[in-house]
Design a protein around this ligand. Structure first.
Ligand SMILES: CC(C)(COP(=O)(O)OP(=O)(O)OC[C@H]1O[C@@H](n2cnc3c(N)ncnc32)[C@H](O)[C@@H]1OP(=O)(O)O)[C@@H](O)C(=O)NCCC(=O)NCCS
Length: 113
């Protein structure tokens, strides 16, 4: 519509607008990237060796190794009836995110850290 303003636009605005668009595209790409999730599936210490610190050592190493690999969040499921496991994880900084029941009617606590 007003070609006479094009040179001025190119001189004063084009680079600024281009940088803003590039930054916004980059930010969107980063925010859409799926978060890396570490899932703790099974941990069991033989009964005669429980409460000696072995479980704590395993969980803390699991989290440290995940963090080295850029894992941003960790989760696990523990059976609702397993109160000792729940206490164990709470003691290690995990928190209860949800309580769910599966298709077989089993109740689980979803914990994250
Ligand atoms: C849960 C489990 C992995 C913990 O490992 P662990 O080596 O015994 O635990 P640690 O010695 O490192 O830590 C002990 C702490 O955890 C908690 N804890 C562990 N077992 C517990 C129990 N049976 N009752 C109450 N608290 C318990 C306590 O806070 C305890 O601290 P304390 O001894 O100072 O009171 C282990 O008990 C186990 O293998 N249980 C059977 C399998 C299982 O339930 N796995 C988890 C499924 S998700």
């Amino acid at each position: 519509m007003r070609p006479q303003i094009v040179p001025r636009f190119v001189r004063t605005r084009l680079r600024k607008y281009g940088r803003a668009i590039r930054l916004s595209v980059h930010r969107n790409a980063r925010s859409q990237r799926p978060r890396r999730l570490g899932v703790l599936h099974h941990i069991a210490i033989t009964s005669t060796k429980q409460r000696c610190g072995l479980g704590s050592e395993l969980v803390s190493k699991f989290v440290s190794i995940g963090q080295i690999h850029s894992v941003e969040a960790f989760q696990l499921l523990t059976h609702t009836s397993n109160q000792s496991a729940k206490r164990f994880y709470l003691k290690h900084g995990w928190s209860v995110k949800d309580e769910i029941s599966d298709n077989d009617g089993e109740e689980w606590v979803l914990m994250t850290c």
